[in-house]
Design a protein around this ligand. Structure first.
Ligand SMILES: Nc1ncnc2c1ncn2[C@@H]1O[C@H](COP(=O)(O)OP(=O)(O)OP(=O)(O)O)[C@@H](O)[C@H]1O
Ligand code: SF4
Ligand SMILES: [Mg+2]
Length: 364
């Protein structure tokens, strides 16, 4: 049995308008039908552009955000149904590491009190010796326990964040952009620390990042997200060397390669148009408005399922109706005029006098 099983998970945030009476005029489909599983001791990397729903998915798995539908099973137990004491007990077993450790660490507490508090919240007690062992394990300097978060560098603060997650002896750690705020030289140290702790403690990780390189180096398997759904999933090496979904191909074609010869021959796939708003996701295949391989009827009306790709390595799953044909070269890419999605038609907004765009509603 997998440690974590996620089935058809969705998180839809209501968009409300109105001063006195709040009226729901639509939804942000932040996560919309994600299924994945993570084995014990495995690292699953989740990548995708900003706003595609990675953090929301991570938070919904940890029950920090209430899902709209779907199931999350942790070690066989359905998390959705848990409440009170039972939820608190299970919660100890899954912890989160955040991008910006400063915002998740109380600046008025010493490291010792931060760690002790984390343990106490789960009914654990840790003497000074246990806490010392923890800060040693994450490579913090001598005397760190007595010091305060602002006295540390960014990389060291992330080590405190990791110690804080570890102090309750979790099974699963969801690390949301754990190194994005750090200098490149420090990123590698923190990633190596995570790998070492995984080996020593048998941890399971879900690592979220928008940086493809970060995920590649730590992951056993990688999932690529686009507009609330996973479009491709494969063992890490396979995904990077043999991407099959048109979106993954485009993402990877934008990453420069170090070898000048292959860099010259690198085929770049430029995507037409911007990322559509998750408040008005395109019908059918979410990617059809930008896909150079799209088929005009089927792709615009039928949402492809994430399924095992025929003829590919086991576990290489792709959400594309035409993945096999594209792979065999039976369909050639063609130029795409980006099609706009009519947001007002999707949201319950009375045009024209209330023709507020989704962007206005979301305040961006
Ligand atoms: N609490 C919320 N209420 C309403 N909308 C939200 C909320 N949280 C996130 N969203 C929206 O859901 C979508 C997905 O957000 P999310 O933070 O999960 O993306 P992300 O992939 O983590 O992006 P990034 O790489 O920038 O961190 C975005 O459009 C965001 O604006
Ligand atoms: S289903 Fe159609 S639009 Fe979607 S990725 Fe495949 S070819 Fe492109
Ligand atoms: Mg995020």
């Amino acid at each position: 049995m997998s440690l974590l099983e996620v089935e058809d998970l969705a998180v839809h945030f209501p968009i409300t308008r109105g001063v006195v009476i709040n009226r729901t005029v639509g939804h942000v489909y932040a996560v919309d039908g994600v299924s994945l599983s993570i084995e014990r001791g495995e690292t699953y990397g989740l990548v995708g552009e900003s706003g595609c729903g990675k953090s929301t998915l991570g938070r919904a798995i940890l029950k920090l955000t209430e899902p709209t539908r779907g199931a999350v099973r942790f070690d066989g137990t359905d998390i959705a149904g848990l409440k009170g004491e039972e939820l608190r007990r299970q919660r100890r077993r899954f912890q989160m590491v955040f991008q910006d450790p400063m915002s998740s660490l109380d600046p008025r507490q010493s490291v010792e009190s931060l760690l002790a508090e984390g343990m106490k919240a789960h009914g654990l007690t840790g003497g000074h010796a246990r806490l010392q062992e923890l800060v040693d394990a994450v490579g913090l300097p001598k005397g760190a326990l007595r010091r305060y978060p602002h006295e540390f560098s960014g990389g060291q603060r992330q080590r405190i964040g990791i110690a804080r997650a570890l102090c309750v002896e979790p099974d699963l750690i969801v690390a949301d952009e754990p190194v994005s705020a750090l200098d490149v030289s420090v990123q590698a140290q923190v990633l190596n620390l995570l790998s070492r702790l995984q080996r020593e403690l048998g941890l399971t990780y879900l690592v979220i990042a928008h940086d493809l390189a970060v995920v590649r180096h730590v992951s056993d398997r990688v999932g690529v997200m686009y507009l609330g759904g996973i479009v491709e999933e494969a063992p890490a090496t396979e995904l990077y060397t043999d991407p099959q979904h048109p979106y993954t191909k485009a993402l990877l074609s934008a990453v420069p390669v170090p070898d000048p010869e292959s860099e010259d021959q690198r085929e770049r796939i430029l995507l037409a148009g911007d990322l559509p708003s998750p408040a008005a996701p395109p019908a059918g295949c979410r990617f059809h408005t930008r896909c150079p391989w799209r088929h005009k009827e089927r792709c615009a009306s039928e949402r492809p399922e994430l399924r095992q790709l025929e003829g590919a390595a086991p576990g290489h799953r792709v959400a594309c109706h035409f993945a096999e044909d594209i792979r065999a070269g039976l369909i050639q890419p063609h130029a795409v005029d980006a099609t706009m999605v009519d947001e007002a038609a999707i949201l319950d907004i009375d045009a024209p006098e209330h023709a507020t765009s989704v962007t206005d509603i979301l305040g961006r």
